[in-house]
Design a protein around this ligand. Structure first.
Ligand SMILES: [Zn+2]
Length: 248
């Protein structure tokens, strides 16, 4: 150990004066370690294009003036297009919040499903979405709870994917959480639903928009925002599931 510090100082002199690969130039001594790899996404954010056809969505998602993009775009016919490399930061989530994370774009893979927001999602589309999700989950070890929707992470701005999105079917395969009322118990007296929504991940600065997003995702109904006893039971059940680690 006695000789380590002079050696580090020498390395700093040789390597620390040039251009740093990140960080303020010249501010720190550069002592490269071989022990690293690329950062990995830990979330998948699902969207609907709200367009009538994939060609329209593709024009927007590749237009430099629009400043929006996605990693994957899936047409109604099941054609999958990749627009951004998975190790790059696509611009799909925008201003976002999930459990304190404020830059979902840096932490996630974005998937746009071509759908106008009023229709059911095409079977051919879901059929190719599922293996893509399975591949992402396996490669990046993404927890089930981290498959979420755009409206979940931006409830004050976004409403996609719509109430037609098959969250229950996805959760059955390990992509997202789900609770049926049969497996939920009534919320405990004094259960603070707004705090529960925040613990699940929601930005609750606008309580009504947060509850709307929750009901759209977990009840398939966004006709009203108020949480009833069933919603509160479901929320409590989801929190319990979120706190349970995924099976290995
Ligand atoms: Zn979206």
């Amino acid at each position: 150990m006695r000789h380590l510090f002079p050696l580090l100082a020498l390395v700093g002199l040789v390597a620390g004066c040039g251009t740093l690969p990140g960080g303020p130039t010249g501010a720190y001594d550069w002592v490269p370690s071989p022990n690293f790899n690329a950062r990995r996404p830990n979330y998948v954010v699902l969207h609907q294009t709200s367009n009538g056809d994939a060609a329209t969505a593709l024009r927007t998602l590749t237009n430099p003036l629009k400043s929006v993009s996605t990693h994957y775009l899936i047409g109604r016919d099941g054609r999958v297009l990749q627009l951004v490399a998975e190790d790059a930061r696509a611009w799909h989530a925008g201003a976002s919040w999930w459990g304190g994370l404020t830059d979902l774009n840096s932490a996630s893979i974005g998937i746009e499903l071509d759908n106008d927001g009023t229709e059911a999602f095409a079977d051919a589309q879901i059929a190719v979405l599922l293996p893509l999700l399975a591949d992402l989950k396996a490669r990046y070890k993404i927890p089930a709870a981290n498959f979420i929707g755009h409206a979940d992470v931006a409830p004050r701005r976004k409403a996609d994917p719509s109430r037609h999105f098959p969250w229950q079917a996805l959760a059955g395969l390990g992509f997202g959480l789900w609770c049926e009322l049969e497996e939920a118990t009534p919320a405990a007296p004094g259960f603070d639903a707004l705090l529960g929504l925040a613990a699940l991940g929601y930005d609750t600065r606008d309580p009504l928009m947060a509850t709307l997003a929750f009901r759209r995702h977990f009840s398939g109904d966004d006709s009203r925002g108020e949480l009833d006893a069933d919603d509160r039971a479901r929320l409590q059940c989801l929190l319990r599931k979120k706190l349970s680690p995924d099976p290995p």
